[in-house]
Design a protein around this ligand. Structure first.
Ligand code: SF4
Length: 500
């Protein structure tokens, strides 16, 4: 007779204080740069830590076998990635070592989307691999201090994680602003790797100054991370660039995981765009946290008549947002402000307002529209490449609203790419069509600027010979209202030469 087993909610065994330092905390979902720095922050407070392996195409198939078939593509990829890790560790080190020596930590948030239920999919993975004793913990993205029985989130760890995110974002901006123009192929990747290792060591050796207020004050005023970035800057100074290469600038937007990811999960689209001759503007993870904090503020304002200590709470959130931006900008400045500033959330909300209600949560909410319009109207990019996951309800809503935006702004070059994980040729060829038009715009803009300034490429190259600092990756070229780097560079050199 078949014996039915009752459903029991998954409850992981807690990690006891004695186990800290023995159990390896496993995590993933971001780029290798973010993950390496997070590893440093975790090791700094006494944990052993290991990122999941980089996402591969096979993770999609593994995920499809193990979790519900209607899951969105990021959930399927990440669940498959966890499953691959568990299978490999189990066969190399044995099931007992895996169950007692490792624990997976992931984040969650409330919302009408699967992000709030990722852990459910991970639990299906454990069930299907017969690993229900394996420990899996969920952290709340918006809590500065918490103890889920997994890792104890304290102020020093929270600040370590925030700095890891900031530093990786800033280095990612440096990377994408440099690689398309590097004179010696491979230099950017080499220097990037060295920089991440340097910052990993800094995070790992970060001094701990108190547990609460002491920690907060130290992290706000310390020059520790700025000094670390000054060392990083010296490495980037050695990279020579040629900013006269005419390239269309492509801003990446879309669902959080897909736009952040660098690998098979999104057809490695950022690298592909670079190979096709574009300069990519990557999306920083820090924008997402900024968005969540603003959403908390606006919800508070919406409910002000029912909120206890309304003014005090509003003041607290606004102060945190100010400190957040202050710190991010301080770090950008250490790299000559080449990394982009965070887009102003108020402005994004205003731009998106006629098309999308700002309190509609899930996915990227109003940001998908706001960011596209902000980049287009301020001439930060020639084209927007928007990555939509297959099976994502919130993103489908935003894409629908984008049709109205395009009706009003027909000159906005917009490539919405649906990512299923296994339809690469179709997605990339769609992107290529829009990219062809973006290339033409970049070329036209460059020629117009040459004509306006009366300069020739040869004159600029001769001027560069006498001013070699212009050819350094760390040299900041201001934005003169053109989308393309080369066009802004020509205006800048013309100004330095006194030609305009
Ligand atoms: S936003 Fe969409 S793709 Fe991302 S987790 Fe939610 S449902 Fe999945």
């Amino acid at each position: 007779m078949e014996v039915l087993e009752q459903y029991r909610a998954y409850r992981p065994r807690p990690i006891s204080p004695k186990e800290r330092g023995k159990v390896t905390i496993v995590f993933g979902g971001l780029t290798w740069k973010h993950e390496r720095l997070i590893q440093g922050a975790l090791e700094n407070v006494g944990y052993k830590a290991e990122p999941l392996p980089q996402i591969e195409r096979q993770d999609l198939d593994i995920g499809k076998e193990l979790i519900d078939t209607g899951a969105c593509c990021p959930t399927t990829f990440t669940a498959g990635n966890l499953a691959r890790f568990l299978k490999e560790k189990s066969s190399k080190e044995g099931k007992d070592k895996l169950v007692n020596g490792y624990a997976f930590v992931t984040v969650g948030a409330c919302g009408p989307c699967r992000f709030g239920q990722y852990h459910e999919s991970y639990e299906r993975v454990l069930e299907n691999l017969d690993l229900r004793n394996f420990r899996l913990f969920l952290l709340d993205l918006m809590q500065m201090e918490q103890n889920s029985g997994g890792i104890e989130i304290t102020m020093p760890l929270t600040f370590g994680l925030v700095y890891s995110m900031f530093l990786a974002d800033i280095l990612t901006d440096m990377e994408y602003a440099t690689r398309p123009y590097e004179v010696v192929p491979g230099e950017t990747d080499r220097v990037l790797k060295e920089s991440i290792e340097l910052l990993y060591e800094k995070l790992k050796k970060r001094p701990i100054r108190g547990k609460k207020w002491g920690s907060l004050i130290w992290h706000v005023i310390t020059p520790y991370f700025v000094n670390a970035l000054k060392e990083v800057k010296k490495l980037w100074e050695e990279v020579e660039v040629d900013r006269l290469r005419v390239k269309p600038k492509v801003k990446i937007t879309g669902e959080f995981w897909l736009q952040t990811h660098e690998g098979d999960g999104n057809y490695n689209i950022k690298r592909w765009l670079e190979q096709e001759g574009a300069e990519v503007i990557p999306p920083p993870v820090a924008v997402w946290m900024d968005y969540l904090m603003h959403m908390a503020l606006w919800r508070l304002e919406q409910n002000k008549d029912f909120v206890d200590k309304y003014h005090l709470k509003k003041f607290a959130i606004k102060t945190i947002i100010k400190l957040y931006h202050y710190t991010y900008n301080k770090l950008r400045k250490a790299l000559s402000n080449i990394p982009n500033p965070l887009p102003p959330q108020e402005k994004l909300r205003e731009l998106a307002r006629p098309y999308f209600h700002y309190l509609l949560a899930g996915g990227e909410g109003f940001m998908l529209i706001g960011k596209a319009l902000y980049a287009h109207l301020n001439k930060h990019a020639h084209m927007i490449c928007e990555l939509s996951p297959y099976g994502c309800m919130p993103n489908t809503m935003s894409i629908g609203a984008m049709q109205a935006v395009l009706g009003k702004h027909p000159d906005l070059l917009y490539a919405p790419i649906e990512v299923k994980g296994d339809a690469e040729v179709h997605a990339l060829s769609r992107c290529q069509m829009i990219l062809t038009e973006a290339k033409k715009r970049a070329q036209r803009e460059f020629e117009e600027v040459l004509e306006k300034t009366g300069l020739t490429e040869e004159e600029i190259r001769n001027y560069e010979e006498d001013h070699p600092e212009l050819k350094k990756a760390t040299y900041k070229v201001p934005h003169y209202g053109y989308a393309g780097t080369s066009a802004n560079y020509v205006v800048h050199v013309a100004k330095l030469m006194g030609r305009i």
